[in-house]
Unconditional design. Sequence first.
Length: 217
Amino acid sequence: MIISHKYKFIFLRTEKTAGTSLTAALAAMVDSGDMVADMSRPAWAKFSPIHHGALKRNIPRAFGLHVHATAAQAKAVIGATKFNSYFKFAIERNPWDRQVSLYFQRKSKHGQDGDTNFDRDMKSMAFRATEYVRLNNWSIYTINNEIVADEIIRYDDLSTGLEKVCKTVGLDGVLEMPRLRSGFRNDKDYRTHYSDATRERVARWYRREIDALGFEF
């Protein structure tokens, strides 16, 4: 989440869509008075029995916006007037591709790179119950199930989309995006990991963005 008062834009940061890299690139270009959400541990966190990330997610007015704060939370923090007048954009990714990317990232985080079988694990009730497997990007760029982002960039056309956004908000110069938090899997064709059953499960989970943005398997 970035709110730039200088350029009057709000970057609604979704998950598994190059958000870490884009945040780093935009943070280098915005004004020092702008709001760039991060997950660094604040001083007060050592006195809190609740993780500061959870507090940011649930009480942003008191503890600040989470990096994946929703549009509704941003609106509550900066007020409706600014929220409505600022240019809002997000990035969204084909949900079937995004799901595979999330799976391999989580496996890598837990040091389980050698035990990867996406189809097997996605069919496992135990795995789905104990692992972080279902994203909610939809709530980040919608309010009451209505898309409020002025532009949703497709992940598979990221360069073109970002160029358009930069021109719209008046960001000058080249947007230098580092490759951060990537490379968790070698193959690039997400479709090879799916059976009909897991394909349909992901379709059910993310029906709203699939229908709204026209994604196909």
